[in-house]
Write a protein that binds this ligand. Structure first.
Ligand code: ADP
Ligand code: MG
Length: 237
């Protein structure tokens, strides 16, 4: 599956003006590719994920996931696309305090239907895959920050997403734990042929990605990502 953003623009109301969060963004991410998106705070990284993940419709431009034009879907269509094709992982793992690691995953499966038995087999396999096979019955407070993030990855993978959107997963982790989490993400991306967008302002993880794009003021500004004719590629702009 491929994610393709073409000339995407997103603005937010800002007093009597509009604040430009994304401006002429072109980005293409293929199946099996881990792309890191970096850039200073406020440069539009989370906005990019919101648009790519069908959480927010852009003001103009198109977002395609496989052959689906996300911007043409109604609310119900977008909800369904998210449930069936997209996995999200946020800064905090957002686990439910009362549930075991296994139950966090089973809850997702329950919400989207399907048999309990096959869901449990899949959940256990995913927890094994993220190195938590022995901790399936632990609750969040019994897990480290890195382990909680790994439960979050496993949960995001429960629905076999084609697109995985990950926002600053290492911000609460020290470097070694952060590197473990990013390496795992890369391996899973390659194995399962997911298209993965990893937002991180932490430059020390960039070498683990297949490709890096930089954002600045709502624009994708890596020279490799913008055509030579794009104004964003002109030095000093
Ligand atoms: P980043 O994730 O790189 O820090 P964001 O995408 O969160 O950047 O923000 C991009 C710009 O859009 C910033 O100027 C931010 O203040 C603004 N912004 C983000 N979300 C909203 C919102 N819901 N309402 C208004 N402005 C927003
Ligand atoms: Mg952000």
């Amino acid at each position: 599956m491929t994610l393709t953003l073409t000339d995407v623009r997103l603005t937010y109301p800002d007093g009597d003006r509009r604040l430009i969060a994304l401006d002429a963004v072109d980005l293409r991410i293929a199946a099996g590719e881990l792309v890191a998106v970096t850039g200073p705070s406020g440069s539009g990284k989370s906005s990019l994920l919101a648009v790519a993940g069908a959480l927010t419709n852009p003001e103009s431009g198109t977002v395609r996931i496989e052959d689906i034009d996300v911007t043409s879907l109604d609310q119900q269509g977008r909800d369904r696309l998210r449930r069936e094709r997209i996995g999200f992982v946020f800064q905090q793992a957002n686990l439910l305090a009362s549930l075991t690691a296994l139950d966090q995953l089973l809850l997702v499966a329950h919400l989207s239907g399907g048999s309990r038995r096959s869901a449990e087999a899949r959940a256990r396999a995913l927890l094994d895959r993220v190195g938590l096979g022995g901790k399936a019955h632990k609750r969040p407070h019994q897990l480290s920050g890195g382990e909680r993030q790994r439960v979050g990855f496993a949960r995001a993978l429960m629905g076999s997403p084609a697109l995985l959107l990950v926002d600053e997963p290492t911000s609460a982790l020290d470097h070694d734990r952060g590197a473990v989490v990013v390496r795992l993400l890369r391996d899973i991306t390659h194995e399962q042929q997911v298209a993965t967008v990893l937002v991180t302002h932490d430059l020390q993880y960039l070498h683990l990605a297949d490709r890096t794009v930089a954002m600045r003021d709502g624009r994708v500004c890596s020279p490799a990502e913008v055509s030579p004719h794009s104004p964003a590629a002109v030095p000093g702009r």
